[in-house]
Design a binder for this molecule. Structure first.
Ligand code: GDP
Ligand code: IMO
Ligand code: MG
Length: 424
C-alpha cells in the first residue's frame, strides 16, 4: 500500500510539479496536503504550459483522481478559474475531490495579508499576498469557515456575512478599505453552490483507496525551509510543507508513508525575504536567473539565486525522512565553467554541518564550498545516466555522498520527458 510524498527540499519552485507529473503515471490518486494558491506548479506538456495553483499536478492523466485534502486553504475564485482554464484546454477536472474539512480563503484574508506586510515595512516577509497566513491564523483561532459548510447555503450565507462584517471593523481600524459585504456574500454563495459536487470526505476516501491497494501520491507545495516550524522563521509560509504535514494534511498516518522524494534544483533559489547563505549577488547569480528563467510562477517576482547547499539538503533529509532526491534543472548549469557546492558552514570560527536553529544565525554563516569543473556542453538530450557528461555525474555523486541518499531522477529540461532516471 505505497504512499509517496513529494516535498520541496529548498525554498520552493524546485520543479516539484514536473516530478509529480512523472510519478502520477504510477499513482492513481494525487493529493495536495497543505498551502493554497500561493503555490505555482508548472507542467509543460508538448507546446502547452500549465501553471497550477490549487489543482493537484496529477490532473493531466485521466487515470488520476486529484484530491485537495483537508490541510489545504482553498481560494474558491482561483479554484474555479483554474478548473475553467483547464477545461477550456481539454483537461477533464470532473474527478477532482475537495475535502469538506479544508478551510476557505476569503477576501478579508487578502486584506489582512496586505495590511500585515505594510505594517512590517522594511521587515516585510514578501508574502504572495494571497491571504494564506491570515486563513491559517483563523483556522488556529477556530473561527475559520470550512468547505463542508457550503452544504447548508442559508447558514453559509449567514456565516460569511457575520465574518465579513466583523473583519471589516478590524480592516477599517487598521486603515484599510472595508469590503462590500453584500457583494462578498453574493459571490461566495454562488461559489459555494459550484463547490458542492466536488465536496468529499477525503480522509475516508484516501483510507479506502489505501485499503484497496491504490498507490497514493501526496503533493507538497512550498518547501522544507518555508515550513512554519522548521523554516527560516518568520520568513516562512504558514503551513507545514515537511512530510509530517502530509499526515496532518490528509489524515493518513506516518506508517502509511513508504517513500519520500525530496526535490532540489541543481542550484538554489528563493523568492521573498529571509537568509540565504549561498546567495550570489553578482553576474553569476544573474546568469542563473537568466538561464533558469527564475521568475515567480504566481507573482512574477525575480527569484534570488545561488549555489547548491548540501547542509540544507542534509537537514531536509532529516526533517522529512527523505528516501531519495530528484535533482532538477541540471541543464541550467551547462555553461558554467566552475560549479560550487556548499558542504558545510563556518560560524563564529567553527565549522558545522548542522543547520542552525535561528534565522539570525543562518544569516551570519559563511558557506564552505567544494568546486567542481563544469561540463560545458548541452545536457538536455540526455535520457539515460550514460548520456550525462562525466562532470555532471561527478556533481550528482558528490550530492549523494554529502547528503547520504540516492539521486533517483535528474531534470534536464522543462518538458515532460526531459529527465534521466537512475537505477536504485
Ligand atoms: P514547483 O513550484 O516546485 O512545482 O516549481 P515551479 O513550477 O514553480 O518552477 C520550476 C520551473 O522550472 C518551471 O518553469 C518548470 O517548467 C521548470 N523546470 C522544471 N524542471 C526543469 C528542468 O529540469 N530543467 C529546466 N530547465 N526547467 C525545469
Ligand atoms: P511552490 O509550491 C516559492 C514564499 C513567499 C514568501 C513566503 C510566505 O510553487 O514552491 P505566503 O504567501 O505563503 O504567506 O508567503 O513564502 N512562498 C513561496 N516561494 N514557492 C512557493 O510555492 C511559495 N509559496 C510561498 O514568496 O517568501
Ligand atoms: Mg512554484
Amino acid at each position: 500500500m505505497p504512499v509517496t510524498v513529494v516535498v520541496g527540499a529548498q525554498w520552493g519552485d524546485e520543479g516539484k510539479a514536473k516530478i509529480i507529473d512523472l510519478l502520477a503515471k504510477e499513482h492513481p490518486v494525487v493529493a495536495r496536503y497543505q498551502g493554497g494558491h500561493n503555490a505555482g506548479h508548472t507542467v509543460v506538456v508538448g507546446t502547452e504550459k500549465y501553471a497550477l495553483q490549487l489543482t493537484p499536478s496529477g490532473v493531466f492523466y485521466d487515470s488520476v483522481t486529484p484530491v485537495i485534502a483537508n490541510g489545504v486553504v482553498v481560494d474558491l475564485p482561483t479554484l474555479f478559474n483554474e478548473i475553467d482554464m483547464l477545461t477550456s484546454r481539454g483537461i477533464d477536472c470532473s474527478r477532482l475531490k475537495v475535502s469538506t474539512r479544508a478551510h476557505l480563503i476569503f477576501p478579508w484574508h487578502q486584506s489582512h495579508d496586505a495590511i500585515a506586510e505594510a505594517v512590517r515595512g522594511d521587515d516585510k516577509i514578501g508574502t504572495t499576498l494571497k491571504g494564506i497566513g491570515p486563513a491559517y491564523a483563523d483556522k488556529a483561532k477556530r473561527v475559520g469557515v470550512r468547505a463542508g459548510e457550503v452544504a447548508d447555503p442559508a447558514r453559509f450565507s449567514a456565516t460569511v456575512r457575520a465574518r465579513c462584517e466583523a473583519e471589516n471593523i478590524v480592516i477599517t481600524e487598521a486603515g484599510g478599505e472595508p469590503l462590500d459585504v453584500d457583494a462578498v456574500v453574493e459571490q461566495f454563495v454562488a461559489l459555494g453552490e459550484r463547490l458542492r459536487p466536488y465536496l468529499t470526505d477525503t480522509v475516508n476516501f484516501l483510507h479506502d483507496e489505501l485499503a484497496a491497494g491504490t498507490h497514493i501520491l501526496l503533493e507538497g507545495a512550498q518547501a522544507t525551509f518555508l515550513d512554519l516550524d522548521h523554516g527560516t522563521y518568520p520568513y516562512v509560509t504558514s503551513s507545514n510543507p515537511t512530510a509530517g504535514g502530509a499526515c496532518a494534511g490528509t489524515g493518513l498516518g506516518p506508517r502509511d508513508i513508504t517513500r519520500v522524494v525530496g526535490i532540489t534544483k541543481s542550484y538554489t533559489t528563493r523568492v521573498g525575504a529571509g537568509p540565504f547563505p549561498t546567495e550570489l549577488s553578482d553576474a553569476t547569480g544573474d546568469k542563473l536567473v537568466d538561464i533558469g528563467r527564475e521568475y515567480g510562477t504566481v507573482t512574477g517576482r525575480r527569484r534570488r539565486a545561488g549555489w547548491l547547499d548540501c547542509v540544507m539538503l542534509r537537514h531536509a533529509t532529516r526533517l522529512n525522512s527523505l528516501t531519495e532526491l530528484a535533482l532538477t534543472k541540471l541543464d541550467v548549469l551547462d555553461t558554467f565553467e566552475t560549479i560550487r557546492v556548499c558542504v558545510a558552514y563556518r560560524i563564529d570560527g567553527e565549522t558545522t554541518t548542522n543547520y542552525p536553529d535561528l534565522s539570525d544565525t543562518l544569516a551570519r554563516v559563511e558557506p564552505i564550498y567544494v568546486d567542481l569543473p563544469g561540463w560545458m556542453c548541452d545536457s538536455t538530450a540526455a535520457r539515460r545516466p550514460g548520456d550525462l557528461p562525466d562532470a555532471a555525474r561527478e556533481l550528482i555523486e558528490l550530492v549523494e555522498r554529502e547528503v547520504g541518499i540516492p539521486v533517483s531522477v535528474i531534470g534536464v529540461g522543462a518538458e515532460r520527458d526531459d529527465y534521466v532516471l537512475r537505477e536504485a
